[in-house]
Design a protein around this ligand. Structure first.
Ligand code: FNR
Length: 170
């Protein structure tokens, strides 16, 4: 039983990477094997069919697909850009569905997100829910939202709430 946690921002001070770390700590303390995926490894050229024909699927995306295949469940921690999903994340997801075997089919996916604003990336998560349904994953109904995200609010995020969130799909 292992949890792969993907953060959708590679920014050094990213609040979503900090939430990813917090979820990972709680998961491990709760006896779950946890793998925090490096956001920089989501990096790939913006999808283009000509590029795909010439060069195939980028190696970062193949690595990501292997990590998804190896995991029992996947948590995606998304930033919110203009009420939606950031391009780094959407592009990586789009590329994964170009592989011979789409790694998302039937996979349990849990959605989390952090933002300094009051809505805590909820709008991005509702968009991500639609995308993850389209790639045929099973999306857990309860989201984990961290509004007014800062070092302090993330450190104080209720561990019971995170544990309950992680139980989905057990
Ligand atoms: C944002 N941000 C933002 N926040 C929010 O709550 N709702 C939004 O719609 C947006 N829109 C938005 C657009 C763009 C282009 C940027 C760059 C930022 C703010 C965003 O939540 C904030 O920068 C976070 O810190 C980004 O996440 P990371 O990189 O800290 O994980």
């Amino acid at each position: 039983m292992s949890v792969l946690i993907i953060a959708g921002s590679s920014r050094s001070e990213s609040v979503n990477r900090k939430l990813q770390q917090r979820i990972c700590e709680v998961a491990e303390a709760d006896g779950r094997a946890c793998y925090a995926y490096q956001a920089a490894e989501l990096d790939a050229p913006i999808y283009n069919g000509d590029d795909e024909q010439e060069n195939g699927v980028p190696s970062n995306i193949q690595k990501l697909a292997s990590a998804i295949n190896d995991a029992t469940k996947v948590v995606i921690v998304t930033p919110e850009y203009n009420s939606s999903i950031p391009p780094l994340l959407k592009n990586a997801i789009d590329w994964t569905t170009r592989l011979e075997q789409n790694p998302w089919v039937g996979k349990t996916v849990l959605l989390a997100g952090a933002s300094p604003g009051r809505l805590g990336a909820m709008r991005a998560m509702t968009h991500l829910m639609v995308v993850m349904g389209a790639v045929q994953s099973w999306v857990a109904p309860m989201f984990l939202s961290c509004p007014q995200a800062s070092d302090d609010t993330i450190a104080k995020f209720d561990s019971e709430q995170i544990k309950n969130f992680l139980k989905q799909g057990d």
